[in-house]
Ligand binder design. Structure first.
Ligand SMILES: [Zn+2]
Length: 419
């Protein structure tokens, strides 16, 4: 059989996006399919069955990363890996993660439909818990894959809903009982991830494809302020050790920390008081801090300033402050030859492209530690993501998949050229 030119099937891709968006669908048009929940398991099972139906080898590893492999002609060559994630934020959108996975699957199908043979296998990976909203840290699956092991402390991590990571991981692996295991990690030739931009640049410039040169650094801290629980009615302010008052003052002061640096980001997304009673001064207040900057030194400086501010405000309220890093990802740059490969792929697929730095972290950051990696961005409406209103125009979903297909075909040669 002679091979035809492989083509993305737009209708099939868009129908798949709809089918997966139905798993964990929310009333407001978004998706709640958090990592290692029933919905996550359902989505994994659907993709596994679709892969098996097309004759791809479907496997999972000990961290519940799922792999669909379309064999190459030379089994000795490490595969080209495509991937993204199927888990979402609690009020997430239909495209964050799912687009990269389903476009990757569409690429495998397009190659299969056209009867293309390639020396290397092309694999699609679905990484576990990219979002980090249920279990900290984020990007667990890609981290474990790139390290070749699951860090010892993860088993007992408790989720935002009180679930234990080790239990939910085991239940998720067991839910795909017919899917064989493979070792964690392993050599790969290169990694390419398609993702929505999650920012406004591409849409404003009406450019279909972003070629990502690197990812800014992310550091997550958890601050715990401890005072003394006291009766809300009988304890005058002068006698209180109120961690909520300290937290409020610290959060107000932190806004000033960011004022001088346009590239810096600081977000407090979660706050929790204990015992959480309406008529008691809390004993403990915990809040999270998400710090980002493209420059590693600047990120360190922001962290020092954050610590100084929180500790000073805690001291004023006669509370103790403890800040610990729960997630730390240094800024990264992708190899220029991989960025160039994506640029050429966009051009060959007939789409305008521009270069940008990713403001969000992605699994590709961890894959970049073990293999030449690249990311393709497509625009999303108003730059909105991590939101049920997240929307990507069909033409951009298709443009992204076409660029991913072209990059997949080109990348068969890249690793050999560079090694
Ligand atoms: Zn994502």
């Amino acid at each position: 059989m002679t091979a035809q030119i492989p083509r993305i099937d737009p209708d099939r891709l868009l129908a798949r996006l709809d089918a997966f968006a139905a798993i964990g669908a929310t009333a407001r048009g978004g998706v709640n399919r958090q990592a290692l929940t029933e919905g996550d398991r359902e989505a994994r099972a659907l993709l596994a069955s679709l892969g098996q139906a097309r004759g791809f080898l479907v496997e999972q590893d000990a961290c519940a990363n799922l792999f669909l492999r379309r064999a190459g002609t030379d089994a000795a060559l490490p595969p080209l890996l495509l991937g993204s994630h199927l888990d979402t934020q609690p009020t997430g959108g239909r495209f964050d993660g799912a687009l990269g996975v389903l476009a990757g699957f569409e690429v495998l199908e397009a190659l299969e439909d056209a009867g293309v043979t390639s020396p290397r296998a092309v694999e699609l990976a679905v990484w576990t818990n990219e979002e980090g909203s249920r279990f900290l840290p984020g990007c667990m699956g890609s981290q474990a894959f790139s390290a070749g092991e699951i860090p010892a402390g993860w088993t007992n991590i408790l989720g935002a809903d009180g679930a234990r990571f080790g239990d939910e991981l085991a239940a998720t692996l067991g839910a795909l009982s017919g899917v064989p295991f493979r070792p964690l990690g392993g050599p790969i030739a290169a990694y390419i991830e398609l993702h929505i931009e999650q920012g406004p640049v591409l849409e404003r410039e009406d450019i279909a494809i972003g070629t990502v040169t690197g990812i800014q650094g992310t550091r997550w801290l958890e601050a715990v302020l401890t005072g003394a629980a006291a009766h809300a009615g009988t304890t005058p302010p002068a006698y209180r050790r109120d961690p909520m008052a300290a937290a409020a003052a610290a959060l107000h002061a932190l806004a000033g920390v960011m004022a001088g640096d346009a590239a810096a980001r600081l977000t407090v997304g979660r706050i929790h008081a204990e015992p959480g009673s309406i008529n008691a001064v809390p004993e403990r207040v915990a809040f999270t801090l998400d710090l980002r900057h493209p420059d590693a030194g600047a990120l360190d400086a922001i962290e020092r300033e954050v610590r100084a501010v929180v500790e000073a405000e805690a001291a004023k309220a006669r509370c103790e402050a403890e800040l610990r890093i729960v997630f730390d990802m240094a800024p990264a740059a992708f190899p220029p030859e991989m960025t160039a490969l994506v640029e050429a792929a966009a051009r060959d697929a007939g789409h305008a492209a521009t270069r940008l730095v990713s403001g969000a972290f992605h699994d590709a950051l961890f894959l970049a530690r073990i293999a030449p990696s690249a990311m393709i961005f497509v625009p999303c409406r108003d730059g909105i993501s991590h939101n049920e209103a997240e929307f990507v125009e069909p033409r951009f979903c298709i443009a992204g998949a076409e660029t991913l297909l072209q990059a997949t075909l080109s990348a068969q040669d890249v690793p050999r050229a560079s090694s």
